[in-house]
Design a protein around this ligand. Structure first.
Ligand code: TLP
Length: 351
């Protein structure tokens, strides 16, 4: 099976398993796990922040951050397609008691003007806007990169209004590799930054969030509140450290495979791929209704041993990662074209 449903499906390599098996551990709830401590220091340095916290998932990284930056009743500005609004089970309302104010972006990116016009006036009639969250790369917008100039402008608006900035950087290293702009520079515009180790970087579990010491102390409390205190987590943290040391540069291969796949299916009749959106490891594929629904395509591709996801009734998402080689990517594209050819015939039959 060629699994391009997500880069979350990556499995630890033999080398990573070796590192896991030899990892020293301690009780991280007592702050005594050497691998967790080292990973946190490494990520804090990577982002130029004072401190960092290892958490079980990207969702928890976002949610402890929202809680640590806000008070119940506050409003948080985010882009309409972002992960923390669409795919985190309503957690900002449930866990932090905040409202989300969504702004429609262009390829996942919003502008400083949009942000400024959505900040609530200070009058007691309104919720207080205390946080802006951005996502880079943007999952639902197909792995697109948030232009750094726009981020800088938003951060200036945020400073002017005394509003904090959080980056959902689940796939920030994809943006780093694709643009050559260092992680520390991206992070410099934010008060907190999260990164997922278990996506394209290939670790089995875990995310890290970085920020000031005071912010991380608050986030730490919420990690405990949400049941995210893990004991001998060094087994996982060691894999995370290995991932950061060994699997960043190679993300470029995933970007090449995504582009090759996208170009190979984009010209098919009834299929639309916005090639401008293919900037990293994700490809969004729109299927014309006359060729069936996205769910039908998932089933047809599964018969040919390709696993892919739907993101809406007519849209498929393909994600390239370290467990899909360039040959397998080409093979997946060939199988996609096979399904297309069958769909064309079926359409002819009906006529
Ligand atoms: N995204 C997953 C699933 O939600 C579908 C995926 O397959 O892309 N931020 C961003 C930008 C993400 O894409 C994700 C996961 C998360 C946060 C949450 O990470 P986890 O799954 O570790 O909670």
């Amino acid at each position: 099976m060629i699994d391009i449903r997500s880069d979350t499906v990556t499995k630890p390599s033999d080398e990573m398993r070796d590192v896991i098996s030899r990892a020293e551990v301690g009780d991280d709830v007592f702050g005594e796990d050497p691998n967790v401590n080292e990973l946190q220091i490494t990520v804090a340095k990577l982002f130029g922040k004072e401190s960092a916290l290892y958490v079980p998932s990207g969702t928890m990284a976002n949610q402890v951050s929202i809680n640590a930056h806000t008070q119940p009743g506050n409003e948080v500005i985010c882009e309409t397609g972002c992960h923390l609004y669409n795919y985190e089970s309503g957690a900002p309302a449930l866990l932090s008691g905040v409202m989300l104010r969504t702004i429609d972006g262009e390829m996942g990116s919003i502008t400083a003007e949009q942000v400024e016009s959505n900040i609530r006036p200070t009058s007691y009639h309104f919720a207080q806007t205390t946080l802006i969250t951005l996502e880079n790369t943007h999952n639902r917008a197909g792995g697109t990169i948030f232009p750094i100039g726009q981020i800088k402008e938003i951060s200036e608006v945020a400073k002017k209004h005394n509003i904090k900035m959080h980056l959902d950087g689940a796939r920030l290293m994809n943006a780093v590799v694709a643009t050559g702009i260092e992680a520390i520079e991206w992070a410099s515009y934010f008060d907190s930054v999260s990164i997922c180790l278990s996506k394209g970087l290939g670790a089995p579990v875990g995310s890290v969030v970085a920020g000031t010491k005071a912010f991380i102390e608050r986030a730490h409390r919420y990690r405990k509140t949400y049941g995210g205190g893990m004991r001998q987590a060094g087994l996982l943290a060691a894999a995370g450290k290995y991932a950061l040391e060994n699997n960043v540069e190679r993300l470029a291969d995933d970007h090449t495979n995504a582009r090759t796949f996208a170009e190979s299916v984009a010209s098919l009749e009834g299929i639309n791929v916005e090639l401008d959106w293919v900037q990293t490891n994700i490809v969004m594929i729109d299927i014309d209704k006359s060729f069936g629904s996205a769910t039908e395509w998932v089933e047809r591709l599964a018969e040919l041993d390709v696993a892919i996801l739907t993101v809406s009734p007519q849209r498929l998402r393909a994600v390239f990662h370290l467990d899909v080689s360039s040959e397998e990517s080409a093979d997946a594209a060939a199988k996609f074209r096979d399904v297309h050819a069958i769909s064309m015939k079926k359409e002819g039959d009906i006529e």
